[in-house]
Design a protein around this ligand. Structure first.
Ligand SMILES: Nc1ncnc2c1ncn2[C@@H]1O[C@H](COP(=O)(O)OP(=O)(O)OP(=O)(O)O)[C@@H](O)[C@H]1O
Ligand SMILES: [Mg+2]
Length: 283
């Protein structure tokens, strides 16, 4: 499988800071993978997201070494509008940044900036709105929508620009459970139905355990762990030292194991836990 993202030895410090926000990070992502990024507050997750389209360092300034290549385009050589054709970034708190008079203008805005012809904009607008389940909302005012709907408009905005990779920075952190579920369901379909490569920053480890192919753990600007959800969520001590809350089924299993229950493989979903505990009961 071809790698759509190549991150090599990036170290980055914001202007007027001494301690780098990112410290020698390297990884590559095959096309179509669903990658989750987890880590405590201030770890560098958002900073890493801004590297994918070159906003770090182009927009933020500061010192960067190493390289980020997405879809064969190096962020060092290509400006943000070029990168935006390959990487759609839904920034943290994106829904608070919707500013157009209606949903239609909001979504068309990015496509117009990329210079798409009118007919393509109309088609992409329709397809993106249908995909996020908001067909018929074209003339609604974004600020009058629910939080979950606003976040789905933000996703439609980047989707309409036809990126290969979607980067979503904590898209559900401010949403109620129903809004979160709708947004997460949309993100899962982006990956599974459209085949988009997805990079998701989230604290929702239950969702990650169920749907992500891979988890990157960032702490203090460094990539401290890179593995499958199963590998990552079985590392109780490391997660705790990084102040990361693992899925509750994992926490329960860590505690039972400490009490002497014979648990070798930590279950990461409720279904797996049910099977394990049934076995323990009958065993
Ligand atoms: N514009 C900026 N200028 C200077 N320092 C910054 C800037 N933005 C972030 N930082 C610092 O860089 C480090 C990483 O911040 P970043 O926002 O990437 O963390 P994060 O993992 O996304 O945190 P959160 O979970 O709170 O969103 C932090 O120490 C933060 O204070
Ligand atoms: Mg952040």
């Amino acid at each position: 499988m071809q790698n759509i993202i190549e991150v090599a030895n990036i170290t980055y410090a914001y202007p007027r800071t001494d301690i780098p926000a990112l410290n020698n990070i390297s990884f590559s992502v095959p096309q179509g993978q669903f990658v989750a990024i987890i880590g405590p507050t201030g770890a560098g997750k958002s900073t890493l997201c801004y590297c994918f389209n070159g906003a770090v360092p182009r927009l933020f300034g500061g010192e960067m070494s190493g390289s980020v290549v997405v879809a064969g385009k190096d962020t060092y050589e290509n400006e943000i509008p070029v990168m935006a054709q390959h990487v759609g970034l839904v920034v943290q708190n994106a829904r608070n940044q919707l500013f157009n008079v209606n949903v239609q203008c909001e979504i068309a805005f990015g496509c117009e900036n990329l210079g798409f012809p009118r007919q393509k904009i109309i088609q992409n607008l329709h397809d993106a709105l249908t995909f996020v389940g908001l067909q018929g909302y074209e003339n609604r005012q974004p600020t009058a929508l629910s939080g979950g709907q606003q976040q789905r408009v933000a996703i439609a905005c980047v989707l309409a620009m036809e990126p290969d990779v979607l980067v979503l920075d904590e898209p559900t952190s401010e949403l109620d459970p129903i809004g979160s579920e709708q947004v997460m369901e949309t993100i899962t379909r982006l990956n599974r139905s459209l085949g988009k490569t997805v990079i998701l920053v989230s604290h929702d480890t239950e969702f990650i355990a169920q749907f992500a192919d891979r988890v990157l753990v960032i702490n203090d600007g460094s990539l401290v762990l890179d593995g499958s959800p199963r590998e990552v969520f079985s590392k109780a001590d490391l997660l705790s030292s990084c102040r990361i809350r693992p899925p509750q089924v994992c926490q329960l299993s860590y505690e039972l194991r400490k009490k002497g229950f014979p648990i070798t493989d930590i279950p990461i979903t409720i279904d797996e836990a049910v099977t394990l505990y049934e076995g323990l009961q009958h065993g």
